[in-house]
Design a protein around this ligand. Structure first.
Ligand code: ADP
Length: 519
């Protein structure tokens, strides 16, 4: 096509229309191929190249040359022209360049290994937000091939094409993000389902397909989530949770599928659609069957231990008593029977604790309204004083409780919890130590604290002391009897009262254990 200077031709207008149609394309490769083909043929260029810049870097995946160079060659050529050639001048000046004769224009750099004959060239930057996002170079073997008019025409075209390239880049970015998200979803072993504001399923992962009994996402997507109640008993339970409660910002529930024998920890969260007050839901189901099985196993063990071991233990104690009857007081056999008695006592204590744990788990609290708090605290104090005497420890008591301080609590269990704090303080404090009990009401809560100046607890153990069977440095503690159940019992009693337990401790200096329960 020949383009007379100054006057746009019908072909020029057609070209503009074709370039504006690039906006409808989403694939970056196609956009770039079309740009290079349209521009090269419009100005009758011999060779042409188009490459994208990402900031100051060249986007090496997107270099297009009319010669279709291979990847390494195009990287080499583009790096060279950007460094010393005409494209580099255009990028630095953010300006189009018309080279009438390469022999007299020093912006054109002839590389020694360049075998092509180039005598004139046209190079145009694609500017977006004042940044060069792409560079188009067109060349010709004869001098004075390109005109100032063509330069203007190319500037107009690149303005339009820039928008098309940016659109395609954005689309590519979105597509990449979506693929990343899909890869993440695929790799998550949990069940994940996402609905839109109308309750229609818009995203599922493999775990969800397995639960719903579909083989491809297309089968699951686009249908109302409520329809899936017929496909899984877990979904049915989730749906009734939707009906019964406000989801608010989220909801967690434990669900068991009787059909498959699997247990799930289900978390439902909401997501907001942009510029809209409505939003959809994300339903995540984490398979916790193994964990639940372990808990069931633990419960079974507790049941066996607390009930079935009690009678053989009583038999051992009974027979040992009978042995004692038949053994003279000075017989060396007495040492052995004494040993048996001690061990039976320790085992009975352990079983007692296990039984209490089970009782709390099974029966819950026996709440009594208007329980006088002082009536719970005083026996604890007396018990502590009694056992502290044996270790020549001093017990201090600070209380602001009055006869008006009452609460709705389980007095028996709460007293047991408080006794546990106190007996631990005596146990883990050397002879002559000081133990301080504090009891008060604050902000509608009953507070009870026990401070000692005993052996303390190392920082790494502190987070675990309230766990079942946890004992700090179990070997060093051999002289002190215990199963590591006391504090876990305290925690579960206090939490059943909607309260909290806490501990501060410094190794070698002492500990303070505290609890508060709303009254
Ligand atoms: P145990 O029956 O072993 O005393 P607990 O559950 O009551 O079990 O306590 C767990 C562990 O916490 C104990 O083994 C002990 O190491 C530590 N501990 C509890 N109370 C104190 C305390 N007052 N001072 C130091 N260590 C303590």
């Amino acid at each position: 096509m020949t383009v007379p200077d100054q006057h746009p031709t019908f072909e020029d207008l057609e070209l503009l229309v074709e370039v504006s149609q690039l906006l409808t394309l989403q694939d970056l490769n196609t956009v770039m191929e079309r740009v290079i083909a349209l521009t090269a043929s419009a100005v009758g260029a011999g060779k042409s190249s188009l490459f994208l810049l990402d900031g100051v870097r060249v986007d090496w995946d997107y270099i297009f040359t009319a010669r279709a160079l291979n990847a390494t060659e195009s990287i080499r050529v583009v790096s060279k022209v950007l460094d010393q050639g005409l494209a580099g001048w255009v990028v630095r000046n953010k300006e189009a360049a018309l080279v009438l004769d390469t022999k007299t224009d020093d912006r054109w750099h002839t590389f020694p290994d360049d075998t092509r004959l180039v005598r004139s060239a046209l190079c145009v930057p694609f500017l977006y937000n004042d940044q060069v996002v792409a560079v188009l170079t067109l060349d010709h073997p004869e001098p004075n091939h390109f005109t100032a008019y063509q330069l203007r025409l190319m500037k107009i075209i690149t303005n339009q094409a820039t928008v098309a390239i940016r659109n395609a880049q954005l689309f590519r970015g979105l597509h990449e993000k979506q693929r990343q998200l899909e890869a993440v979803l695929r790799s998550v072993p949990d069940v994940l389902m996402v609905t839109d504001s109308d309750g229609e399923v818009i995203m599922v992962n493999q775990g969800a397909l397995d639960v719903l009994g579909f083989s491809t996402p297309d089968e699951a997507i686009g249908k109302p989530f409520v329809d899936y109640g017929t496909r899984s008993d877990v979904i049915r339970i989730i749906l009734s949770a939707f009906e019964e409660q406000e989801i608010g910002s989220g909801l967690s529930l434990d669900v068991r599928s009787e059909k498959t024998g699997s247990d799930y920890a289900v978390v439902i969260t909401t997501w907001d659609e942009q510029n809209s007050r409505s939003g959809g839901y994300v339903i995540a189901m984490h398979n916790v069957t193994t964990l639940k099985d372990l808990f069931r196993f633990k419960d079974e063990m507790l049941r066996i231990a607390s009930h079935d071991l009690r009678s053989p233990l009583a038999t051992i104690a009974g027979y040992t008593d009978m042995l004692d009857l038949d053994t003279p007081p000075d017989s060396p056999l007495r040492i052995y029977t004494h040993g048996i008695h001690l061990s039976v006592d320790r085992m009975s204590m352990l079983l007692e604790d296990l039984l209490k744990v089970r009782q709390i788990d099974e029966k819950g609290l026996n709440l009594e309204p208007n329980t006088l708090l002082m009536d719970i605290v005083l026996p604890v104090l007396q018990g502590a004083q009694l056992s502290a005497q044996q270790k020549t420890q001093t017990v201090q008591y600070h209380s602001t409780l009055t006869a008006d301080d009452t609460g709705t609590v389980d007095p028996v269990l709460l007293r047991q919890a408080m006794e546990n704090f106190a007996s631990n303080a005596v146990k883990y404090t050397p002879e002559g130590g000081i133990i301080t009990l504090r009891a008060f009401v604050k902000d509608g809560c009953f507070n009870f604290e026990v401070e000692d100046n005993g052996i303390g607890i190392p920082p790494e153990s502190l987070p675990h002391v309230f766990e079942s069977f946890y004992r700090v440095n179990a070997n060093a503690n051999v002289s002190v009897t215990g199963a590591g159940l006391g504090l876990s019992l305290v925690k579960s009693i206090v939490e059943r009262h909607q309260g909290e337990v806490w501990v501060h401790s410094e190794e070698g200096k002492g500990s303070t254990f505290g609890m508060w329960v709303p009254i």
